[in-house]
Design a protein around this ligand. Structure first.
Ligand SMILES: NC(=O)c1ccc[n+]([C@@H]2O[C@H](COP(=O)([O-])OP(=O)(O)OC[C@H]3O[C@@H](n4cnc5c(N)ncnc54)[C@H](OP(=O)(O)O)[C@@H]3O)[C@@H](O)[C@H]2O)c1
Length: 282
């Protein structure tokens, strides 16, 4: 089973995303049961955000982790517009209330902010860490150079993780970010790790390659894709899944080790542009 180090914690390298859970008109009980099932099979890192379904996703997560808070590595995010001196602590407190807990394991700035200086957010995060409300500080959607600048601003307290889009159709994180994370003891959280595969169609050379490898290991193409991502360095992938067959397939990736030849075939079938991630501030 593959693990990743986040700060001092050792966490299974496949977690669970929850974007779109908790939205109006959906079956929140089924969503919470899915997340709980995922935890029970070993996917103990849960990713949510105050922005998801206006807090609805955090409420679903609270249901899923009731009574088992200490078995879970809980990640949530402050929206960039709420990350300033006067609003940060209120956002965090509201997230804690919705999550029905008194601490989060990892708290991320969801996107670089157009309006709030990063120094302000990092100072507020440092105070929240000091007060025991967040165990680790992290960022999301920060390219390598900006992550490095943020670490310089923060000083001694480490930025434990950067959450970015990383999937076979977007391998930009491999260019500089994952090597940087490996050198500096940081974790990369891969978001949207499977979703763009569906649109490619059976005749896409990448899908054919994944299907061939999947067949030889008797797993699904998505399991192979996830195993590739978490085999690329200090990476934890956070697929969102409600269907149990999907959760089982995601769990299988923790035990699938791809050969060097299989990894090379995947890389050839999903070529990378060789650029870093773009900088986008919201
Ligand atoms: N930091 C950010 O800016 C940011 C941005 C986007 C996402 N995220 C986080 O990353 C998480 C994952 O990203 P995402 O939700 O965009 O996309 P994703 O996890 O790549 O794709 C989700 C979709 O894939 C399906 N699925 C999951 N596992 C599967 C499998 N093994 N086989 C086939 N289909 C499978 C799900 O179906 P079912 O639900 O029907 O099972 C769902 O339709 C989010 O939920 C969120 O927590 C963060």
């Amino acid at each position: 089973m593959q693990y990743i180090q986040i700060g001092d914690d050792r966490v299974p390298a496949i977690g669970q995303g929850t974007w779109k859970m908790g939205a109006e008109g959906q079956d929140h009980r089924a969503e919470a049961e899915a997340v709980r099932y995922g935890i029970d099979v070993g996917l103990t890192l849960i990713d949510t955000a105050e922005a998801y379904a206006q807090g609805g996703s955090e409420r679903v997560v609270a249901q899923a982790i009731k009574g088992i808070r200490d078995r879970v590595f809980l990640v949530t995010k402050v929206a960039p517009s709420n990350a300033g001196r006067d609003t940060f602590r209120h956002s965090l407190t509201e997230s804690l209330k919705r999550l029905e807990t008194d601490y989060v394991d990892l708290y991320l700035l969801h996107w670089p902010s157009k309006t709030v200086p990063l120094e302000e957010t990092l100072a507020a995060m440092t105070l929240a860490h000091r007060d025991g409300l967040i165990r680790y500080i992290g960022l999301s959607n920060f390219p390598t150079e900006h992550l490095d600048e943020a670490q310089t601003l923060l000083g001694d307290l480490p930025i434990a993780a950067d959450q970015v889009e990383y999937q076979l159709t977007n391998r930009r994180a491999e260019t500089a970010l994952i090597p940087y994370a490996a050198r500096h003891g940081k974790a990369i959280m891969a978001y949207s790790p499977v979703k763009d595969l569906f649109d490619l169609g059976e005749n896409h050379p990448g899908i054919k390659t994944l299907n061939n490898i999947a067949e030889s290991h008797r797993v699904s193409a998505e399991t192979v894709a996830l195993a590739y991502l978490i085999g690329s360095g200090p990476v934890v992938a956070i697929p969102k899944a409600v269907q149990r067959a999907h959760i089982d397939a995601n769990r299988q990736a923790l035990d699938l080790e791809l050969s060097a030849d299989e990894r090379r075939a995947i890389q050839e079938a999903f070529p990378s542009p060789g650029e870093d991630l773009p900088f986008v501030a919201l």
